[in-house]
Design a protein around this ligand. Structure first.
Ligand SMILES: NC(=O)c1ccc[n+]([C@@H]2O[C@H](COP(=O)([O-])OP(=O)(O)OC[C@H]3O[C@@H](n4cnc5c(N)ncnc54)[C@H](O)[C@@H]3O)[C@@H](O)[C@H]2O)c1
Length: 265
C-alpha cells in the first residue's frame, strides 16, 4: 500500500547538513506537516531552520542540538519532539560518521545510536504502545553490502544495520507495532563524509586505500538520495533494503537465502 507523506510528522537525525538536510527539505516538499531535526556540528542551524520555516510555513521545523550517541540526550530529544508535534510518524536515523580512526565513537554513532533511535521510535509510534504506527528508515550504505579495504569498521557498522532492520522489519514486529522498517543504502554521495574520509581512517595506508576505492565508484548528489528516499518511503515494504547509487533510480535489493549460498568448488 502506498504511504502518503502528506500531513505526517518526522524526526531526522544529523538533519542540518549533508544528506540529512536534503531529507528534511524533501519531506517538507512532499507535504510533511512538521520535521524535528537533531543536529550536532552545524553552526548555522538556526538560520537554516528560519529559512525552512519561511519557505514551508510557520514552525514546520524545530532544530535541537543533540549528540545522538548520548543516550539521555537522544531520549530527551524524542520526548521534546512528541511535545512539539504530538504525534510522530516517520523517524530517519541518518546521523553517521566514516571514521575508523575513532572506531569506538564510530560504533557508538553508527550502531548504538541507531539501535536506540529505532527502539525509541517503536516506543513512541508503536500501535502496541498506544501509537499509530509509522515508518523507521535507517541509513546503511552500499558498504553495508560489500567490503571496503580502507574502512573495515565503518563497513561493519553499515552491515549491522541491515541485519537489525530486516529483523525489526519482519511481519512479527509489523503486525504488533504497525511500524515499517526500511533500509536505505546510498552509494558514494557528494558530502563531507566522503571528502574528509581519507584523513580519518587511523593511518595513511588505510586512508589512501579508502580514497582510491571511493574514487573508483560513481557519485551522486545528496538531493538525488533525498528524492529517492521519498520514493522508498512511499512504496517500500517493511524489512526491505534499497540501493540508491550513481544518480540512478532507487531499487530494492534481493538478499539471497543463506541455504542458497554454498560455494560450488
Ligand atoms: N555520503 C555518502 O557517500 C554516504 C553513502 C552511504 C551512506 N551514507 C550515510 O548517510 C548518512 C549521512 O551522511 P552524509 O554523507 O550526509 O555525511 P555528513 O558528514 O555530511 O553528515 C553527517 C551528519 O551526521 C551528524 N552527526 C555526526 N555525528 C553526530 C552525533 N554524534 N550526533 C548528532 N549528529 C551527528 C553530522 O553533524 C552531520 O549533520 C550517514 O549515516 C552515512 O554513513 C553516506
Amino acid at each position: 500500500m502506498v504511504y502518503d507523506i502528506k500531513g505526517k510528522n518526522a524526526l531526522v537525525t544529523g538533519g542540518a547538513s549533508g544528506i540529512g538536510l536534503w531529507f528534511v527539505k524533501e519531506l517538507l516538499k512532499s507535504g510533511a506537516n512538521k520535521v524535528f531535526v537533531l543536529y550536532l556540528h552545524t553552526e548555522n542551524a538556526g538560520d537554516i531552520s528560519k529559512q525552512l520555516n519561511i519557505e514551508y510555513g510557520r514552525e514546520c521545523t524545530c532544530f535541537q542540538k543533540v549528540d545522538v550517541s548520548n543516550a539521555t540526550q537522544l531520549e530527551n530529544a524524542f520526548k521534546t519532539c512528541i511535545n512539539w508535534c504530538e504525534q510522530l510518524d516517520i523517524v530517519i536515523n541518518n546521523a553517521g560518521v566514516m571514521n575508523d580512526g575513532k572506531w569506538e565513537m564510530e560504533i557508538a554513532i553508527n550502531i548504538n545510536a541507531v539501535v536506540r533511535g529505532t527502539k525509541l521510535a517503536f516506543q513512541y509510534m508503536g500501535k502496541d504502545k498506544g501509537g499509530k504506527g509509522g515508518i523507521v528508515v535507517n541509513l546503511s550504505s552500499i558498504l553495508g553490502l560489500q567490503p571496503l579495504a580502507g574502512c573495515p569498521i565503518y563497513v561493519a557498522t553499515k552491515h549491522a544495520l541491515i541485519g537489525m532492520d530486516r529483523s525489526w522489519g519482519t511481519p512479527f514486529h509489523y503486525n504488533r507495532t504497525g511500524i515499517k522498517v526500511l533500509t536505505m543504502c546510498p552509494g558514494v554521495t557528494d558530502t563531507p563524509l566522503i571528502s574528509e574520509a581519507h584523513g580519518l581512517q587511523g593511518d595513511d595506508i588505510l586512508g589512501r586505500e579508502c580514497q582510491r576505492e571511493l574514487d573508483a565508484m560513481p557519485t551522486q548528489s545528496p538531493a538525488h538520495v533525498a528524492q529517492s528516499m521519498m520514493a522508498m518511503i512511499t512504496k517500500g515494504e517493511t524489512g526491505s533494503v534499497w540501493i540508491c547509487e550513481g544518480g540512478q533510480p532507487i531499487y530494492e535489493v534481493e538478499i539471497p537465502d543463506r541455504l542458497t549460498l554454498k560455494r560450488k568448488n
